[in-house]
Design a protein around this ligand. Structure first.
Ligand code: SAM
Length: 291
């Protein structure tokens, strides 16, 4: 078997051999703990028939672990300087393809259809670049790709916000946006010491298991997400105050209050106490009033 890329010693050797200097602006923090890596891969529940999508393979530490468990791996890397390194470190794994692209600009559905087998089980397994965590996750969820599960390393604080429930101080529009598409759970947390260089924040593994269909019925998804976001604009304010700003041109504040009351929601409540079901119901009612 091959030596793990992710040991501290081998990582140092690779970085030195290629005189590679990490770019902080690209969120380059490389994992150097094979145990953490195998736990990430295990959380995805791969079989030997699974396909894996990775975002940001770096020098290939996690890619290698996925490649050992999956049928094929497709990895998007933005930094051109890493391509020759990956060609070298991943040479024992011909069933890995590296795409030199900014994942946010990639046509993911097209890439998936090109690379994976029809109806192949697909998981995203990645240690995300932290400066673009949220846009990447929202792209993966919103584009309704045929992905069963997303297992990613990200900032602990963001992972907790995504998985938060109503009533918690960190529950917000991001929790609802993600949980509309997927079941969200933090699987485990990871200390800074398992990276080189060490990031400034603690990290966690988040698992998003895609739902067959959303848990609530909304008439218009765009309106629903805007409605939710507007309700959280000023977290300390009541839902009435936030929504009357949102509907400024279309409804009087007293109308907003009446609609909330008629639908069993006290206008003095804060958005952080309102469940996704309540938001869905309310947004449908308001949609009828203003559209
Ligand atoms: N997977 C490696 C590991 O676990 O050691 C590296 C993870 S590192 C946190 C993030 C990686 O994402 C870096 O290799 C970085 O160059 C890459 N990256 C940053 N922005 C990206 C983007 N927009 N699209 C694709 N890759 C990106």
């Amino acid at each position: 078997t091959n030596k793990d890329i992710a040991t501290p010693k081998r990582t140092q050797e690779i970085l030195k051999k290629y005189k590679f200097s990490v770019k902080k602006s690209l969120g380059q923090n490389f994992l150097i703990d094979p145990n953490v890596l195998s736990n990430i891969v295990r959380a995805a529940g791969l079989t030997e028939d699974s396909g894996v999508i990775e975002i940001g393979p770096g020098i290939g530490a996690l890619t290698e672990q996925s490649a050992r468990s999956a049928e094929r791996v497709l990895a998007f890397e933005i930094d051109q300087r890493l391509l020759p390194i990956l060609k070298d470190t991943l040479s024992p794994y011909p069933h890995v393809e590296i795409v030199h692209k900014d994942v946010l600009k990639a046509n993911l559905l097209q890439e998936v259809q090109r690379y994976f087998k029809p109806n192949q089980d697909i998981a995203v397994v990645a240690n995300l670049p932290y400066y673009v965590t949220t846009p990447i996750l929202m792209k993966l969820l919103e584009e309704k790709l045929p992905i069963r599960v997303i297992v990613v390393m990200l900032q602990k604080e963001v992972a907790e916000r995504i998985a938060a429930s109503p009533g918690s101080k960190i529950y917000g529009s991001l929790s609802i946006a993600a949980q509309y598409y997927a079941k969200a759970e933090t699987v485990f947390t990871v200390p800074k010491t398992v990276f080189v260089p060490q990031p400034n924040v603690d990290s966690a593994i988040l698992r998003l298991t895609r739902r067959e269909k959303p848990p609530v019925d909304v008439i218009d998804e765009d309106f629903f997400f805007e409605f939710v976001q507007s309700s959280f604009v000023q977290r300390r304010k009541t839902v009435l105050n936030n929504l009357s700003v949102f509907f400024e041109e279309k409804l009087d504040k007293s109308d907003v209050a009446t609609i909330l009351e008629e639908n069993g929601v006290d206008p003095k409540r804060r958005a952080e106490s309102i469940s996704m079901e309540e938001f869905a119901f309310l947004s449908n009612e308001f949609f009828h009033q203003v559209k």
